[in-house]
Every structure is written in structure tokens, then in C-alpha cells.
Design a protein around this ligand. Structure first.
Ligand SMILES: Nc1ncnc2c1ncn2[C@@H]1O[C@H](COP(=O)(O)OP(=O)(O)O)[C@@H](O)[C@H]1O
Ligand SMILES: [Mg+2]
Length: 367
């Protein structure tokens, strides 16, 4: 028996090239029991390749795949205790839903009664009771997705591998199925590696996100860590909009873990957790639009952390209003107003005060 603390799946320094095309450049990840970990990154960054390496469908050049403490990199897919759900579902169109679900169980020589029970169980799980005898090609995209998902669960694998399982569905259904997959995954506590190119999907479904680009891991973290504490500009721009404001550390206020920074538009006092910022350091303030406050300006700045600008555009969209504000000559920042009905009225081309929260994320400016 392994200890509970040991990660279920470990990837150690995985490298993979196709000819001269170096796709994976030393990928190391740990997936804990019951966790849903998402690989996210632009198309072509190697997500499917990595998933296929875990499942045993693609051979890696070097590195280790470890499942429950055992190196499995040399084993064929059927001996791995992992199950993959391919992006195109790979269902048999000329078989019924029930036959698709029973197929693998038959191959494994389960007895008929046990197969029937398991198929019924799986149909209930994905809410397709009553569809057992329908042909796959008479099922909608969303229903086919459920069948593919159920089939992957048939043997209760130790690790479930899902390759863009909902990317082919339309937007509303995608959200529905995303939440459904997450609900089932949590309920069954099944360790899952999920692949998507959609950052928002990754944010909504994951315990842990692994951002891949150019063959490297850019950052591993919870959705909150990725959003609030991005390690570089690429990650900061990865989900949602972000304002970057160049600044310089003027002084550190040790007593309050704060710093005074100067920007082209005025001085700000901000909280600093990091200790690496000596006075004089050039930094980038990473400011989310929803953390800025905006108000009509009376011309003089009296409050701390206020910079003045001009409201260029005000875009109302119900739950949100986006304000495009120009600081100085040409620095545009975006301020989001949540529930704009309750906000003081703002007019385009008027001067505004923009308040910057003390709680901004700080990146060291790259040399
Ligand atoms: N069997 C293969 N032979 C050659 N090149 C491949 C093969 N599979 C994938 N690639 C290449 O590897 C890169 C990563 O592909 P893939 O893992 O499918 O990316 P993603 O799933 O992130 O879109 C791409 O440049 C792709 O063309
Ligand atoms: Mg892919």
C-alpha cells in the first residue's frame, strides 16, 4: 500500500520531439488523488501529445510516467489503468449506446449480467437512461459526449484523461457539460487530467491548472493563483484583461509590508509581499479592471492612490460597464464597473479619478 500523500500520477521531465519539432521540453507535474488538473495552452503546444504519452498512445523520448508509485512508461494502453476520452469521442457509429458502453467490458470477458448492470449504472451516471438502444449517430453532440465520458468510466480507471471533451459543443451546452463533468468527477473522486485550449473553461473546472506554451510549463497553480499571482506577463494576459502599469519602487515601508512606487501618472502606495523589490527596481503593476475604481474628477487629487485621466469610452453591457480611460497622453487603462446602474453617472471625454487598489500584483520588469 502506498501512502495517501503520494501523488497518483507523476510526470518526470518528459521530453518529446517529432523529427526536428521539439514539442515537450522537460514537463514535470504531480496530480494528487481525486484532483482535476488541466493542461491549457494554445493549439499545437503539445497538450494532446502529453495526454497520449500518459495513456500510452504516444511514446516519449525521455522522462518517466509514474502511476501510484509505479513506472508505467513502457506499458501498452490497456495495461495502464488510465482511460482516455478522445476529442472526437471515437464511438462506434453503427452500434447502439448500450453496445458502445458494453464493448470494452465484453473484450475483457465480463459476464453478461455484470455487463448489463454496469451499462445501466453508467447510463444513470450520465443521465442517459432510456437511450440504451438508440444508435450513436441518432444522438446529439452533447449526448455523444456523455456516452464517450461514460465509456471512459466503465472500468473505474485510476486516472481519467479527457482531451478537449466539450470543445465541439456550442457555447451554452459547453458550460452545462463542463459543470456536469466537474460534478461527476468530484462525486466519484476520480483523478482526472483535462485538456483544453480555453482558459475560461480551465479556470472554471480545475483544482490545478498547468499552463503550457512552447514546450514548457509556464506556471502551475490553482485558478486563483493563476489569476491573482501570475508569474509573468504571458500568464497575466492569459485569462481576462489586465492593465500593465510600469512603475519604480521608491521606498519600502517595512512596518506595513508596503511600498511607495512612482508611475508616470503619480505615486502609489501598494502592499508588497515579495521581498525582492529593493528601492530603484523597475516593476510592472498588474492591475485587473475590476479592482480599479472610477469617479468624476473635481480637478484636484487629494486622496491617496488616485490618478487622473480622461474617460474616452463608456461601454455598457448590463451587468458591467467598461470604461476606457486615458492617463497622460496615451496610456489607456480599462476600468470595470460592476452593476453600473448603481454607479454615479460618467460622461465620455470628462476628467475622471481612477483609484488603484493597494492590493495589486507586482512583476519585476524583464531586462
Ligand atoms: N504523430 C505526429 N507526428 C508528427 N507531428 C505531430 C504528431 N502529433 C503531433 N504532432 C505535432 O506536435 C505538436 C503538438 O501537437 P498536439 O499535441 O496535438 O498539440 P495540441 O493538442 O496542444 O493542439 C504540433 O506541432 C503537431 O503538429
Ligand atoms: Mg489537441
Amino acid at each position: 500500500m502506498g501512502t495517501n500523500e503520494q501523488p497518483t500520477l507523476i510526470l518526470k521531465d518528459i521530453h518529446k520531439s517529432f523529427g526536428k519539432n521539439k514539442v515537450l521540453n522537460g514537463i514535470s507535474i504531480e496530480v494528487n488523488k481525486g484532483e482535476l488538473v488541466t493542461f491549457v495552452g494554445p493549439s499545437g503546444c503539445g497538450k494532446t501529445t502529453l495526454l497520449r504519452i500518459i495513456g500510452g498512445f504516444t511514446e516519449h523520448d525521455s522522462g518517466e510516467v509514474i502511476l501510484d508509485g509505479r513506472s508505467i512508461g513502457h506499458l501498452p494502453p490497456n495495461l495502464r489503468d488510465t482511460r482516455i476520452c478522445f476529442q472526437n469521442y471515437a464511438l462506434f457509429p453503427h452500434l447502439t449506446v448500450g453496445e458502445n458502453l458494453a464493448y470494452g467490458l465484453k473484450v475483457k470477458k465480463w459476464d453478461k449480467k455484470k455487463i448489463r448492470e454496469r451499462v445501466d449504472e453508467l447510463l444513470t451516471l450520465v443521465q442517459l437512461e432510456g437511450f440504451k438502444d438508440r444508435m450513436i449517430d441518432k444522438m446529439s453532440g452533447g449526448q455523444q459526449q456523455r456516452v464517450a465520458f461514460a465509456r471512459a468510466l466503465a472500468f473505474s480507471p485510476k486516472v481519467l484523461l479527457l482531451d478537449e471533451p466539450i470543445s465541439n459543443l456550442d457555447a451554452n451546452l459547453r458550460v452545462l457539460m463542463r459543470d456536469e463533468i466537474r460534478r461527476l468527477q468530484t462525486e466519484l473522486s476520480i483523478t482526472t487530467v483535462f485538456v483544453t485550449h480555453d482558459q475560461y473553461e480551465a479556470m472554471a473546472i480545475s483544482d490545478k491548472i498547468v499552463v503550457l506554451s512552447d514546450g514548457y510549463i509556464q506556471q502551475v497553480g490553482s485558478p486563483i493563483e493563476i489569476y491573482d499571482h501570475p508569474v509573468n506577463e504571458f500568464i497575466a494576459s492569459f485569462v481576462g484583461y489586465v492593465n500593465f502599469l510600469p512603475a519604480k519602487i521608491d521606498s519600502i515601508i517595512k512596518e506595513t509590508d508596503a511600498a511607495v512606487v512612482s508611475t508616470e501618472y503619480g505615486k502609489l502606495e501598494i502592499d508588497i509581499e515579495q521581498t525582492e523589490f529593493a528601492p530603484g527596481t523597475e516593476v510592472l503593476l498588474v492591475i485587473r479592471p475590476e479592482t480599479l475604481k472610477i469617479a468624476p474628477s473635481n480637478g484636484t487629487v487629494t486622496t491617496q492612490n488616485v490618478v487622473q485621466g480622461t474617460l474616452r469610452r463608456y461601454i455598457y453591457s448590463g451587468a458591467l460597464a467598461k470604461c476606457h480611460v486615458v492617463l497622460g497622453n496615451d496610456k489607456e487603462v480599462i476600468v470595470d464597473i460592476q452593476d453600473p446602474r448603481d454607479h454615479v453617472p460618467l460622461r465620455e471625454n470628462e476628467k475622471v479619478d481612477v483609484t488603484v487598489s493597494r492590493n495589486v500584483h507586482v512583476l519585476k520588469k524583464r531586462a
